[in-house]
Design a protein around this ligand. Structure first.
Ligand code: GTP
Ligand code: MG
Length: 440
């Protein structure tokens, strides 16, 4: 496999930045670009030395580390340069290494992909790692830390074992149709398949319980023009993020801000006021606002007492499946506020805390002991497995098609194997690792 290299620390300036390479040329790269007075370089020792370009001209000073495969993160030889975190220094070192032809630029997640391919890390562990790298709130961190711990693999292996046993019983009944034992197995097969299918459905649902905690929620603010949407967004995030004016139709493009609401990662989206408009730019904004309603987990409808008809019309456009919170804004100006609306004032801050509590309360605390799946990929594979069982069941209803039923049980087993990485395809791996950051 080719040697790969990347900057492993985030873009931007930092105290320290890391360039790392992995593959058979790592030792050669280490020798060429890192210079230390010391004698022979030993793996896993930290050396202080000089980093140079290809011509031997000084680039920086820093710490160099060499790891000998397989005792490394990727399982291959790794060279790591911890130098000053100025983007230009890191970029220059990486460019020099790549131009030497000794390595190519790594794809996102490629270091971890190699770790997986070399048996250093399990597939679900790589997915957990990705969740961890993207965590922004305490709760996301807890979800990433506590999920898996092997319990998911155990659960899947258990179900797969039962599937395989069932499938071999069916095969035996085809081969020895006269045998009492095998014909009994055939009788109970339907019942067992139904039980397994139900168990898988429940398993798939556990993902829905954790998704909001793992990935965060999208809260879209909609309403008639001038209702106070942008002011509300600003009050929620605590600074003047969106432009506010007394002119209806101020907001055109959507404005997004992410905030940590008691551990729940919320992306708040301010949108253009909804109305019929002849203005081309405003109409484009309104169309975006409507798209955002489709994407929302929660919609905050900012009610406008002066535009009740319009507000009612907007309410009707929000699908039943979306969680809706109706808010009467500008509460500081209004004496009597209708029932069923939450009162807030962006101006005084009144009611904002209550609104945030309400959003947070829409999402139950997650009981991590009863969650097994934590990515959509895993859920889809389990659902596909359970669909195979449904097909198997229909074939079991006729004695002549038992063989087909056994084949579909086998397919269901295959899908389960993809969840925990016993079976993988390039497509599965591409899907997982393309979400990773560069240099991981
Ligand atoms: N008194 C008072 N005025 C408010 C409040 N919220 C918004 N306003 C005023 O209402 C007007 C419209 O506010 P925006 O936040 O721009 O309303 P919007 O819904 O984003 O409007 P568009 O972007 O045009 O759709 C501005 O003049 C705000 O100062 C509030 O809580 N109290
Ligand atoms: Mg606005």
């Amino acid at each position: 496999m080719e040697t790969i290299g990347a900057i492993a620390t985030p873009a931007g300036a930092g105290g320290v930045g890391i360039v790392r390479v992995s593959g058979k040329n790592a030792r050669e790269i280490f020798k060429r670009y890192f210079h230390v007075d010391n004698t022979e370089i030993q793996p896993r020792f930290a050396y202080f030395g000089k980093v140079t370009d290809r011509e031997g001209k000084d680039l920086d000073t820093g710490i160099g580390l060499f790891f000998k495969g397989p005792g490394s993160y990727t399982g291959e030889d790794i060279a790591e340069f911890q130098i000053h975190g100025a983007p230009i220094v890191l970029k220059k070192l990486l460019e020099n290494i790549l131009q030497s032809g000794l390595a190519r630029l790594a794809e996102p997640g490629e270091f971890t992909r190699r770790a997986f391919l070399n048996g250093k890390i399990g597939l679900t562990e790589t997915e957990r790692l990705n969740l961890l790298l993207q965590a922004e709130t305490d709760l996301q961190l807890r979800v990433a830390r506590e999920l898996t711990k092997g319990k998911m693999a155990e659960k899947i292996k258990g179900i797969r074992g039962r599937l395989l046993a069932l499938s071999s019983q069916l095969e035996a009944s085809i081969e020895y149709p006269e045998d009492d034992e095998t014909s009994n197995a055939l009788d109970s097969a339907q019942e067992n398949v139904i039980l397994l299918a139900e168990e898988m459905k429940t398993l798939a649902l556990t993902y829905d319980r954790v998704i909001h905690w793992a990935e965060g929620v999208r809260v879209v603010i909609v309403g008639a023009p001038n209702a106070g949407k942008s002011s509300l967004l600003n009050a929620i995030v605590g600074y003047q993020r969106a432009i506010v004016t007394a002119v209806p139709g101020t907001t055109r493009d959507t404005v997004e801000v992410t905030a940590d609401i008691q551990g729940l990662r919320c992306t708040f989206v301010d949108t253009a006021g909804l109305r019929e408009s002849v203005d081309e730019v405003e109409t484009a904004g309104i169309s975006r606002a409507k798209d955002q309603i489709e994407l929302a987990d929660v919609v905050i409808l900012v009610w406008d007492l002066e535009k009740i008809m319009e507000s009612r019309k907007i309410e009707k456009e929000i699908g039943n499946g979306t969680l809706l919170i109706k808010v009467q804004s500008k509460a500081d100006l209004i004496d009597k506020i209708p029932l069923g609306l939450l009162h807030v004032s962006a101006k005084t801050g009144y009611g904002v805390e209550r609104l945030l509590n309400k959003i947070r309360a829409l999402f139950d605390d997650v009981d991590l002991d009863h969650v097994f799946l934590f990515t959509e990929r895993q859920k889809k594979a389990v659902e596909a497995a359970s669909m195979e069982l449904v097909t198997a069941l229909s074939f079991l209803k006729d004695d002549r098609t038992v063989e087909m039923a056994a084949a579909h049980l086998g397919l269901a087993g295959r899908y389960l194997e993809t969840v925990i990485g016993i079976v993988t395809t390039d497509e599965i791996l591409d899907g997982i690792f393309s979400n990773f950051c560069l240099g991981k």
